[in-house]
Design a protein around this ligand. Structure first.
Ligand code: F6P
Length: 322
């Protein structure tokens, strides 16, 4: 292996830049050439590929977003698009690819590995933390800290005004963010896509909490937990309980900003191990992390298998909200 390429794909996540830096510098340290692909798979198809060096990634470890930019590419979903991408990689004499992204990005990575025999390694990065094969993905820690900071601030107003706040956090298909923020923020209820809860049930929870002597409440709502989101829920809940209700949608604020220490360290480890994996002949895998350390997980498993939420946290959240 002599020449690697790196790209970021899917939604941006804080810590992607730290991973880019780690991949580039490990490659240079190992005597390899390394090229940056801009705008994800779309840039791969359009030949937006530039050779970089160790100094190209100076002063990015602390920056959110991705300096390589990212895109969701429809042409790459078709075999013809992937054939163009593989031809562009070959034209640059590139013989290994590192893909930083979520499970949608790994589906594309697996296809180029399977159809063209191209060596590919994935690095998990999404604030949703819903990637099978890794306990944690790059960006999750920063996102939950940003959301928790907002919840703590909102609690001041909730308590001062005897109000109910519905706080919508990201997670279209998974409740990892909501669950962690809800437990850490002491929420009265946490609504998850994995546990469908109706508006009446939510209102019942709030009314019962009032009867137990609570004078304000915070409910964390994952984006995908309720049809139409927290705004829709607000109208239904307001009718049933005596509180003034306010809804706050944290949205993309959770995706940006300075990555936390944890995310920078995780990104540095995964970037380093992604290059080592390619050098060892590993391919068609994602580097993930669990209690045993760094793991190499087949890409096919990553997008075919589902990562469940932590049901222990679901149970204890209910107990501690008493
Ligand atoms: O990065 C994942 C995610 O944050 C989801 O939780 C959310 O539903 C989605 O991205 C929204 O992304 P976009 O607005 O870029 O489509």
């Amino acid at each position: 292996m002599k020449h690697l390429a790196i790209l970021t794909s899917g939604g941006d996540a804080p810590g992607m830049n730290a991973a880019i830096r780690a991949v580039v510098r490990t490659a240079v340290y190992e005597g390899l050439r390394i090229s940056a692909v801009y705008r994800g798979y779309q840039g791969l198809i359009e030949n937006d590929i530039v050779e970089v060096g160790a100094r190209s990634v100076a002063n990015i470890i602390q920056r959110g977003g991705t300096i390589l930019r990212t895109a969701r590419s429809k042409p790459f979903m078709e075999p013809a698009g992937r054939a163009t991408a593989a031809a562009n990689l070959a034209a640059h004499d590139i013989d290994g690819l590192v893909v930083i992204g979520g499970d949608g990005s790994f589906r594309g990575a697996y296809r180029i590995f399977e159809e063209h025999g191209f060596p590919v390694v994935g690095i998990p990065a999404t604030i949703d933390n819903d990637i099978y094969g890794t306990d944690v993905s790059i960006g999750f820690n920063t996102a939950i800290n940003v959301a928790l900071d907002a919840v703590d601030r909102l609690r001041d107003t909730a308590a001062s005004h005897d109000r109910l706040f519905l706080v919508e956090v990201m997670g279209r298909h998974s409740g990892h963010i909501a669950l962690h923020v809800g437990v850490a923020g002491g929420a009265e209820a946490i609504l998850l896509p994995e546990v469908k809860t109706g508006a009446d049930e939510v209102a019942d929870m709030i009314v019962k909490a009032q009867e137990r002597g609570k004078s304000s409440s915070i409910v964390i709502v994952a984006e995908g937990a309720y049809e139409g989101g927290a705004m829709n829920l607000q109208a239904r809940v307001r009718e049933r309980c005596g509180y003034e209700v306010r809804t706050v949608i944290l949205g993309h604020t959770q995706r940006g900003g300075t990555p936390s220490t944890r995310d920078r360290v995780l990104a540095s480890r995964l970037g380093f191990h992604a290059v080592r994996t390619l050098l060892d002949g590993g391919s068609g895998v994602m580097v993930g992390v669990d209690k045993r350390g760094i793991e190499r997980v087949p890409l096919k498993d990553v997008w075919e298998k589902h990562k469940d939420i932590d049901w222990e946290l679901v149970e204890l959240a209910g107990v501690l909200a008493i």
